[in-house]
Design a protein around this ligand. Structure first.
Ligand code: IFM
Length: 403
């Protein structure tokens, strides 16, 4: 039996825009309005009001941690104007989690920005980082008792999305089809290989992360990290050099920026090969997931070993891992296999501090509602929650501490 560190986090994760509903001051809300044919977040699953019920279900199942986010667009609806009521709302969420015995893992930025931030040059504006620092400084006022803080979620995906937004704006101005720039996630089988993240934006995000880390270290006792989207890339024979080039631009820039952090969040779903032309598209097979990913529960093992190596041994928190499927028995099978691969890496000496499943609830998958990742289903008319067997299963694993 694999020995896990004492206090190993067993939990599930969410992000504000995907579950709260009516995030009207965010750039994603605007995007959903402007992009033809895109599904909208709308009320989402109304977790803004129902977070206590959501957390209670996780705690009762046996989990000891919940990763959720603070929404910048709510906390700072216009530049420099901070909402005390929204900060109090997120403080209530932290208190609720602590009362239920769930260690909060709090994300400060998960893909969305206040509209006013994106209307300008966003991260590339001269004062882009300073703006983020101001927000982070205000948020530290409500973080007492929080042990884990993620500054920016998937900066590598964010750098790609900022680039996609630029392309969408350019396409709209010339009347071209914007569909391919709408969202980084796709539903259905025909998943294209996503473009590279823009390294200039990536470096800027790394600067923002370091600035936030400094503020958080001065003003809180939390462990600080950021969470990187891991593609678990594997070289085909003779393509090791090409793999390295692809990893450098897609992941290593972000993993190297985590050296000196207290932890690195690893988020993994699937794995892909790299050949002489770059990333090989996911093969389409009967077990392809609802986001077009290959069914690859071994990805998490590849991902944590890579992160461990590139960060030079920064402790790892698996901040996301899961599968988009309508068949919950597949979710249990995938997660069980994934944990087996994770534990194998632990046996080899990789320092893993926790496993947070994506996602606690079925939610808004960035322009799509069909791909469901949740341990809990939600009726989108009544907002009733229906825990799936996978929740009880994961809670049981958490209680026992092994498979
Ligand atoms: O839903 C997303 C999440 O917001 C970031 N990581 C990947 C998830 C599944 O696509």
């Amino acid at each position: 039996m694999t020995r896990l560190v004492p206090g190993f986090l067993w939990g599930a994760a969410t992000a504000p825009h995907q579950i709260e509903g009516n995030n009207v001051n965010s750039d994603w809300w605007l995007r959903e309005e402007l992009m033809p044919g895109m599904e909208r977040s709308g009320d989402a699953i109304d977790s803004y009001h129902r977070y206590a019920e959501d957390m209670r279900l996780l705690a009762e199942a046996g989990l000891n941690s919940y990763r959720f986010g603070i929404e910048w667009a709510r906390v700072e609806p216009s530049p420099g104007h901070f909402s005390r009521a929204e900060l109090a709302h997120y403080r209530r969420m932290i208190d609720t989690a602590l009362d239920l015995g769930l260690k909060p893992v709090v994300t400060l930025h998960h893909f969305t920005h206040p509209r006013w931030f994106s209307e300008g040059d966003g991260w590339m504006a001269a004062d882009g980082i300073e703006r983020f620092e101001k927000y982070v400084r205000r948020v530290t006022e409500i973080l007492e008792g929080v042990e884990w803080v993620c500054t920016v979620n998937e900066p590598n995906m964010l750098a790609l999305m900022v680039g996609m937004t630029r392309m969408a704006k350019a396409a709209m101005a010339t009347g071209e089809d914007v569909k391919k720039w709408m969202s980084p996630t796709v539903e259905g089988a025909a998943r294209p290989v996503l473009p590279d993240p823009d390294p200039e934006i990536g470096r800027r995000l790394a600067e923002a992360h370091h600035a936030a880390r400094e503020i958080l270290r001065k003003r809180t006792d939390a462990k600080i990290g950021w969470t990187v989207a891991a593609q678990a890339l594997v070289a085909r024979p003779g393509c090791e050099e090409r793999l390295r080039e692809v990893q450098d631009v897609r992941e290593n820039l972000y993993l190297e920026a985590a050296r000196g952090d207290d932890f690195i969040g690893v988020q993994s779903y699937s794995s892909q090969d790299v050949d002489e032309n770059g990333i090989v598209p996911h093969p389409q097979t009967p077990d392809t997931t609802l986001t077009g990913n290959a069914y690859r529960p071994d990805a998490i093992g590849i991902a944590v070993r890579h992160a461990w190596k590139v960060t030079d041994g920064v402790p790892i928190l698996v901040t996301e891992n899961g599968i988009a499927t309508a068949d919950d028995t597949r979710r249990i099978a995938y997660t069980s296999e994934a944990l087996g691969h994770l534990f194998a890496a632990v046996e080899e000496g990789v320092d893993v501090r926790g496993y947070l499943h994506w996602s606690a609830l079925d939610n808004f998958e960035w322009g799509h509602w069909e791909p469901t990742f949740g341990l809990i289903a939600v009726d989108r008319e009544t907002f009733e929650r229906h825990p799936k067997p996978s929740l009880a299963w994961l809670g049981d694993v958490a209680r026992r501490g092994h498979l």
